[in-house]
Design a protein around this ligand. Structure first.
Ligand SMILES: [Fe+2]
Length: 296
């Protein structure tokens, strides 16, 4: 275990691709390529760095479709697949899907909440420069140039404990810390120096698992502020006002994407080092801000 290096990509479905294209371009500052696939469905490939894309938005129901976790090499992919099988998890190598995602090899599986996991290595990188339509730069590497992945995701499921056990024990994620709002506990986990690439929240029994939000990080507060101005101009729903998180120290705001999935847009996220890190349990999610009541 412990072969996953980063949150490589995510795929989401959207009923309104035109709205998503506008949102990705004008608010998030991502480069958008729109293509029609063999099944005649449109897909938006959203680029934020040298990777061909980090997010794919495909015409369909408004939901998280898959999560791509990246390993470093072919040997690591095979080893992680063996570990999954040893833990009783069905895995399937899928060359067609690998082709579609633009990766060398891909193995898919389901996590305990039923989310589609795609473990892959050999992501497509392109030689042309990434140019943001809003002039932002995304933080996808640490200062040494190591990949930090696209950001983070927060998954909500009734069987959160089972999910946490699976991601820690079978996939090798490490706990960063917890935030406790009694009786609710949020669990944050990392696979690289980004404070968390994945967080878990419990949901009431019977509730369909869902993604609460994904987070994208830009390199300046001005980038966040300008996005917030655009959000207000375009009357996009702000679900938490500007604030600073306790645990990862991210200065961010939250908004609703056209799929209803939340997007956290922030800067100054904490990097951690396993050598010196100790797990803590915070009593609040923010030092200030992130007001969820009076957001307009
Ligand atoms: Fe977040």
């Amino acid at each position: 275990m412990g072969y996953i290096r980063a949150l490589g990509y995510i795929g989401i479905g959207a009923k309104d691709l035109d709205a998503w294209q506008e949102f990705a371009t004008r608010i998030l500052g991502l480069q958008v390529t729109r293509v029609r696939d063999a099944e005649n469905a449109d897909t938006l490939f959203l680029r934020m760095d040298s990777r061909h894309h980090r997010i794919a938005v495909r015409a369909g129901d408004d939901e998280l479709s898959y999560v791509g976790w990246e390993v470093a090499s072919e040997a690591d992919l095979d080893q992680q697949a063996r570990d999954l099988e040893a833990a009783g998890v069905a895995v399937k190598e899928d060359p067609q899907l690998a082709e579609l995602r633009g990766v060398n090899r891909l193995i898919r599986a389901q996590d305990p909440a039923g989310f589609q996991l795609e473990l892959f290595y050999g992501a497509a990188v392109v030689s042309t420069a990434f140019v943001s339509p809003t002039g932002v730069r995304f933080v996808t590497k640490d200062p040494k140039g190591n990949d930090l992945g696209l950001g983070h995701i927060v998954l909500v499921a009734p069987n959160a404990d089972e999910m946490i056990d699976f991601y820690l024990r079978v996939l090798g994620f490490k706990v960063s810390d917890y935030i406790t709002f009694k009786p609710l506990v949020l669990t944050f986990a990392h696979v690289n120096p980004r404070h968390h690439s994945l967080a878990f929240a419990p949901a009431p029994e019977g509730r369909k698992p869902f993604i609460d939000h994904f987070m994208l990080e830009v390199d300046t507060l001005d980038g966040v502020g300008r996005a917030l101005d655009q959000v207000r101009t375009r009357e996009i729903s702000v679900t938490a006002s500007l604030g600073r998180h306790t645990n990862d120290e991210m200065v961010s705001f939250y908004m609703k994407s056209p799929s209803g999935i939340g997007v956290e847009y922030g800067t100054s996220g904490k990097l951690i080092d396993d050598e010196t890190w100790a797990v803590t349990n915070w009593d609040a999610a923010q030092f200030w801000g992130h007001d969820r009541d009076h957001t307009h």
